[in-house]
Design a protein around this ligand. Sequence first.
Ligand code: GLN
Length: 541
Amino acid sequence: MTRFIFITGGVVSSLGKGLSAAALGALLQARGYSVRLRKLDPYLNVDPGTMSPTQHGEVFVTDDGAETDLDLGHYERYTGVAAQKGDNVTSGKIYSTVIARERRGDYLGATVQVIPHVTDAIKSFVWANSQDTDFVLCEIGGTIGDIEGLPFIEAIRQMGNELGRERSLFLHLTLVPYIASAGEFKTKPTQHSVKELLGHGIQPDILLCRCEKPVPSSSRRKIALFCNLREERVIPAPDVETIYDVPNVYHEYGLDTEVLRHFGFEANEPDLTRWKEIVHHVKHPEGEVTIAIVGKYTSLVDSYKSLAEALTHGGLANNVKVNLNWIDSEIFEKNDSIHRLDGVDGILVPGGFGERGAEGKVAAVKFAREFRIPYFGICFGMQMAVIESARNLAGISEAGSTEFGPCDEPIVGLLTEWASGDQVERRNETQDYGGTMRLGAYDCNLAQGSLVSQIYGAEKISERHRHRYEVNIRYRDALEASGLRFSGMSPDKRLPEIIELPEHPWFVGVQFHPELKSKPFDPHPLFSSFIGAAVKKARLV
Ligand code: GLN
């Protein structure tokens, strides 16, 4: 029998609701239960795919090709359960489903309303494919009181009522600020937030109180009294040194024990060995390396969430701390600033879109190639690496990408046709922007004897994609003659998936996003190897 845990947030945004949900998922798993995590996003976009990463953060792509909220990345990294299309829904998707049904005549005769039609659509999303799981953890995006969130709050209220307390739990994340001048923790924002939730008919069962340092028992008692809860159900969630300590700390404060008690389960001790080991490694590195990330959305670190995590995982695999040096590639388009890359142990150009900053990325690739600094190009970073090699190794001086407009030597061009299972997907310039890229998991064959086949220890791999352009296969011979190796290809041999420079200590470009599959307890081999090369470089200097 599936139980549902609904996670809401109050007071302010950015409290780390996604991380809290993920950590609770990991704790329930550590007790031997199966979990699935879902996210309901109240905004009106159908999915985050068309939103700027600097507004919304990274777009996390699932194996089945959905463009989803970055919280799904936290869920996967903490639980290892691969997210699916059906694990993230937005108001935009719910409304478009309801309106399409109305046009089809499915509601014939009825006035279509938020309650029950929109709330029913939300509820069926939460229910879908949940039968085989012990716990579905369902996070509601935004903060309580947001106008857009109301139908979602109403839908989970109804579900709570229908399921009963034995199958549902409401967890509310709030902030308990510490006011230094008064030397006190303040409980009023939490009281107000719970009042707001009660106004929508929801009494939280557990409060998770984010705070700079542990909330003292006097404040816990006060919150418990005003919010109608037992003190053990008011759980402090203090800031921690590393996000991988969150499951350990929540457990110490009794979160999982209280959740299980609510459902009437005997609470055996969870096995948290792997989380303790990870924290130990994070806190006791044997050295450090510095990686320059030359990108475009560097003003918001969340734009590259999975990437930053995957680099940390690569560090864990090598027992080193990875310092991330975020650099806006545009600076390399002016004067002599390329020397900001002097002394870094590795250079990474991540995924990206559009022309702005592209030449700066090409300059960073050139620097990495010429000075033999480990280089990792991801998606756009691979495309820029191929353009750089085309210009400076193969002598194709006009090499460019049609993503930036018409081009004499389209080394990178629009992806117009590709195989997806037994079907052929086709695209042209006039199509909609949303949801039309080559998305999700695709197979790739690795060339024998290549660096990547050695790194993966396999001949065939599957990785997640999100791109509209591709390296133009017509240039393969010219590029290979100049020293670039096409070491990974789609099974039909038409789409270049990986390139490498065998003459270089570590130079790899991949058309996919390996960062999306890396886990702290299972670092992605490409990141482990890249950081390993950076360690070698750091020792040589
Ligand atoms: N803009 C490039 C493309 O669409 C790269 C995309 C990416 O880096 N995710 O192919």
